[in-house]
Ligand binder design. Structure first.
Ligand code: UDP
Length: 345
């Protein structure tokens, strides 16, 4: 059975591709390499192409039994300043891919969704029933595609699973692949970089949130736990195919939240070095706390996260050291800090 992993040269897609192959699937990657990396696709058949192109994926779709779609822009801040980029790729081009898959006779589709569809939820932990009210164009684009999958299930008999990731982190334990973003904006790689002797300082985005220590709380989930959930989602779509059309949505998180300061402590304990940091203002669009209720993933897919924060940080650290893979840091906010924040440095 062949699976087309669209966006397979990216961070999460490349880990899922390996998990699929380990489970015995034939895997073909499709990626335009705009944010993906050839080195993450090494050892796989890679077709370089864009999802907006109808002709290019046709031959590989003809060979595929299912599609997994990871090819998205995923910087929340950028989606606010450049929404057309997000709607163009994550909505319009993604619909082109979906239609191409449907026209090729594919009826099984796994979609990378995000906890960003929930916006700023009133209650934690977040269940799949929590109202979806995204607060930025990135979240809106994910919600749109989820809605499209629901409509396509009803109208065309498509069977799909939307996997709503919380905060993906960590690296494959083989050390062969890991997190690569350019620029890097995510907390764990930046905190690891800030623990290097001459590493750039980490900026903590806000310490006045209504949380236990004032910093944001997130549910970090190991990328290989995510990968395992994708394989299970595919098994689910295969196993219940007699039951017809279906559009499932499932949270993927550990159910445990960690504050930014707790992540920094974990990084310091793994590296044995101090994370150089400074307090900065809040990052626009950041909700105070996002923690999954992962019960549905357990009941429907038989999945639970097996790795903890230390596993994520140590695998990310191993990957970073192995490849001297220090992230390229994006432009940091140069905003002046209020005196009260400076005093806490
Ligand atoms: N964060 C931070 N400094 C950074 C990057 C991230 O304080 O340089 C915080 C961010 O505000 C959020 C958490 O770390 O509360 C996780 O952010 P990340 O960008 O890793 O993932 P996101 O939650 O945006 O998907």
């Amino acid at each position: 059975m062949a699976i087309l992993v669209v966006g397979g040269a990216g961070y999460i897609g490349s880990h899922v591709a390996r998990a699929l192959r380990r489970s015995g699937y034939e895997v073909v990657l499709y990626d335009n390499l705009s944010t993906g990396f050839r080195r993450l696709a090494q050892g796989f058949e890679l077709v370089v192409g864009d999802i907006a192109d109808q002709a290019r994926p046709r031959p590989v779709l003809a060979r595929a039994d299912a599609v997994m779609h990871f090819a998205a822009h995923a910087y929340v801040g950028e989606s606010v300043t450049n929404p057309r980029k997000y709607f163009h790729n994550n909505v319009a081009a993604s619909l082109t891919l979906l239609d191409s898959a449907l026209d090729a006779g594919i009826r099984r589709f796994v979609f990378s969704s995000s906890c960003a569809v929930y916006g700023v939820p009133k209650n934690i932990p977040i269940t799949e029933q929590t109202q979806r009210q995204p607060v930025n164009p990135y979240g809106v684009s994910k919600l749109f595609f989820e809605n499209a999958l629901e409509a396509y299930a009803r109208a065309y008999g498509l069977r799909s699973v939307c996997l709503r990731y919380f905060n993906a982190a960590g690296a494959d334990e083989s050390g062969e692949i890991g997190e690569l973003h350019d620029p890097e904006t995510h907390l764990i790689p930046l905190a690891l970089a800030a623990s290097a002797a001459n590493g750039p300082e980490l900026q903590i985005h806000g310490c006045d949130y209504p949380t236990s220590d004032g910093t944001c709380i997130r549910d970090y989930i190991h990328v290989n736990d995510l990968a395992d959930a994708h394989v299970r989602a595919l098994h689910h779509l295969e196993a219940d195919k007699e039951s017809g059309a279906e559009s499932l949505a499932i949270n993927l998180g550990t159910g445990r939240g960690h504050s930014v300061l707790e992540v920094i402590e974990a990084v310091e304990s793994v590296t044995g070095r101090r994370v150089r940091r400074k307090l900065g203002p809040r990052r626009p669009g950041d909700p105070p706390a996002l923690v999954a209720d992962p019960a549905k993933a357990q009941s429907v897919l038989g999945w639970t996260a097996r790795r903890n924060l230390t596993d994520m940080v140590s695998s990310a650290w191993a990957w970073m050291q192995k490849g001297s893979q220090y992230p390229r840091i994006g432009p940091q906010s140069a905003a002046k800090l209020p005196a009260a924040l400076r005093a806490r440095l």
